[in-house]
Design a protein around this ligand. Structure first.
Ligand code: ZN
Length: 668
């Protein structure tokens, strides 16, 4: 097996499986080495976990303006229900509530399509009618009838708020998205003009316009409602500030204190310059053991890719595994100088690409229950260029995924033959983690824009093309002999495991996440299909002996991915990387749009149906997410914390109901 440093001794008795419903499986993750932390570190982690969970209501409200009210109403029905909990209506109701919890609102976390309730409207109305007025989550001045007139169509009419994030560029993506980042009557053209007027093209260090604001229309004019202590989401932000301040009191060093102070100042004022100052201090602190993200960060939830969805990660360093990513990031310039792109688009100096492997301790906001396995922040391009970025791999999360899927029958169903299955068994875990490391540490950090090119020039395709660029950089280098020289891999063939899985996923198995008849919309999925289909098509007859580099073949009536020439595939990844880097560096919207339209969006309905059928026999959930461990302070007689105890006692509804009870500053 490869020379992978896994510090965690895998605990075979740990129960990773928590719940299963609709297209979702809920897992729990273990937090190995928690007990090696000092009391001060445990306290800090506890305070940060409080700050993380206090923001939960924010993401619910950002995702849709009725979400918090609906959550309260559904939970009220769920906990107070006196009828038969095995009846069809109640079972369907419970499934819907579990979906809503998972989506942080009434839309699917990934497809952003609205959930379809399978219980009857009559059941819902009867249950609401049984709740006294005083216990209904009515808005100020709202009557029961008014509430139901709004909520019934929002829940039951498929045409109302159908999609949270509409990416269809032929429509007004602002007006047709159900997200609560824009007010009533605001159009895409108005928002683009509003921020266009704010941006100064000569500004070399622009703030991330719109990152922390809802845009509303007042007297026919647009204005921002900012998220800060005395603005939108103030009550939740006040709690976040309180706990961040507690964390600051036990911070590990002055650098950490300094960036927590800046973050608090940003939350108080909403001033985006302070957020940039915080981001720089945060990116430059690579010494601290405990680390966290807490704020308005990723913009996938905004059809225009500007406003940050609130999220939080709290984590600490996995020292042994971090040696792997430190080797990669300390060689960043070596990789950059040899990347297969036009030298004009390379960075002369790749700055401060720091990378570490972490143990996740709390996931929150947009990162919960569904989470990323790698993060690279800050997102601001000029900060990345001038100050570097911090890149992390969440190894205990990856490990939980891996452990939970053992023996689920996927490889037997979809991998073409026994030698390939063996290859995946031996090398996919390490090469998959390496792919994440390379994507986050090097991929996003590589390359540069030509002078004068707007960083938003690729518009609605910016996210997909950026993910493609980072993936291609990782795919190209996961096959590089340099990784053997660095002692990270021990077999020159190992990369083939990642190549096979990437093509299988991009051409076939990721379609399991798409409803029949739908196109591909989500940025990461578009990126993966773009790469896989491009290589399939551009590798025709280019492999050794004039064969296709990769092809789709039929065996016993089933479709399989067959790779005929792995080295040539690496070359093709390099070619596409060069082209996508050119598109980004030159801001060539047209070429980017052509690539996306040709390869990334449409689905072959026959193959799609086959994939869904084969998956349905396996009962593998397309999506997975996590509940968190519980951290409980122990106190002495004087009320001082003597220890923080970690435990994993809850099932999924128990955790969700506890969060709603203890961490909901916007609904109290
Ligand atoms: Zn990425």
């Amino acid at each position: 097996m490869a020379t992978l440093n896994t510090s965690a001794v895998v605990d075979k008795s740990f129960d990773y499986h928590v719940d299963r419903f609709a297209d979702i499986e809920v897992l729990r993750y273990e937090v190995p080495e928690f007990d090696r932390l000092t009391l001060q570190q445990k306290k800090m982690l506890y305070y940060l976990s409080q700050a993380a969970q206090m923001g939960r209501d924010i993401i619910w409200d950002q995702n849709g303006k009725h979400n918090l009210q609906i959550r309260q109403l559904l939970e009220k029905i769920y906990t107070g229900y006196n009828g038969d909990r095995n009846s069809d209506d109640f079972k369907a109701f419970e499934k819907y509530l579990k979906q809503v919890w998972f989506g942080n609102g009434i839309h699917h976390h990934y497809s952003t399509d609205k959930f379809r309730p399978e219980f009857s409207q009559a059941f819902f109305e009867a249950e609401v009618a049984a709740i006294p007025d005083s216990e209904l989550p009515l808005a100020p001045g709202q009557s029961r009838t008014e509430m139901m007139e709004i909520l019934v169509p929002v829940i039951f009419d498929p045409a109302v708020m159908a999609k949270r994030v509409n990416q269809d560029g032929t429509q007004d993506v602002v007006a047709t998205s159900a997200t609560n980042l824009y007010g009533e009557g605001v159009t895409q053209a108005e928002v683009e003009a509003f921020y266009g007027a704010m941006k100064d093209p000569a500004d070399q260090t622009p703030v991330s316009y719109g990152l922390n604001a809802k845009v509303v229309k007042e007297d026919g004019k647009l204005k921002e409602e900012k998220y800060h202590l005395t603005g939108l989401y103030g009550p939740a932000i006040a709690q976040i500030i309180y706990w961040l301040d507690m964390a600051k009191s036990v911070a590990e060093n002055d650098a950490q204190k300094a960036y927590i102070t800046k973050l608090i100042d940003f939350y108080v004022t909403g001033d985006l310059h302070l957020f940039d100052e915080y981001s720089i201090l945060w990116a430059e602190d690579t010494a601290s053991d405990i680390d966290f993200v807490n704020g308005f960060i990723e913009s996938y939830g905004d059809p225009l890719g500007m406003t940050g969805s609130w999220e939080s990660y709290v984590n600490f360093k996995n020292t042994a595994s971090s040696e792997r990513t430190e080797k990669i990031s300390s060689n960043a310039q070596w990789f950059e100088d040899r990347s297969p792109v036009d030298p004009r688009f390379r960075k002369d100096k790749v700055k401060g690409v720091s990378a570490k492997v972490i143990t996740a301790a709390i996931l929150a906001g947009d990162a919960f229950p569904s989470t990323a396995i790698g993060i690279n922040l800050p997102n601001s391009n000029w900060i990345r260029a001038q100050h570097g970025s911090k890149s992390v791999t969440l190894e205990n999360i990856t490990e939980a995924y891996d452990m939970a899927s053992h023996g689920n029958g996927f490889n037997e169903e979809f991998v073409i033959d026994e030698p390939t299955r063996k290859l995946l068994d031996d090398y996919l875990y390490i090469t998959d983690m390496l792919h994440t490391d390379l994507h986050e540490c090097l991929g996003h950090a590589s390359g540069r824009l030509l002078p004068g090119v707007d960083q938003d020039a690729l518009k609605e395709h910016g996210s997909s093309l950026e993910e493609a660029r980072a993936d291609l950089f990782a795919l190209y280098y996961v096959a590089d002999p340099k990784l053997l020289e660095l002692g990270i891999l021990d077999n020159p063939e190992a990369y083939k495991a990642e190549y096979y899985k990437y093509m299988l996923n991009g051409l076939m198995t990721q379609l399991n996440r798409i409803e029949p008849g739908n196109d591909i919309e989500e940025a990461h999925m578009r990126n993966r299909q773009l790469i896989a289909k491009w290589v399939l098509e551009n590798g025709r007859k280019k492999g050794k002996g004039g064969k296709d580099v990769v092809e789709l073949v039929k065996r016993n009536g089933k479709t399989f991915v067959q790779v005929n020439d792995y080295p040539k595939m690496r070359e093709l990844f390099g070619n596409l990387l060069a082209e996508i880097q050119r598109i980004k560096s030159e801001g060539d919207y047209k070429a980017g749009n052509d690539l996306i339209r040709k390869y990334a969006v449409t689905v072959d309905p026959k193959l799609h149906k086959e994939v869904l059928d084969r998956f349905s026999k396996l009962d593998i959930p397309p999506y997975r997410g996590f509940i968190n461990p519980v951290y409980t302070p122990q106190y002495d007689a004087a009320g001082q914390i003597t220890d923080i105890v970690i435990s994993y006692p809850e099932n999924y509804p128990e955790q969700m109901l506890r969060l709603s009870r203890d961490y909901s500053p916007l609904t109290k």
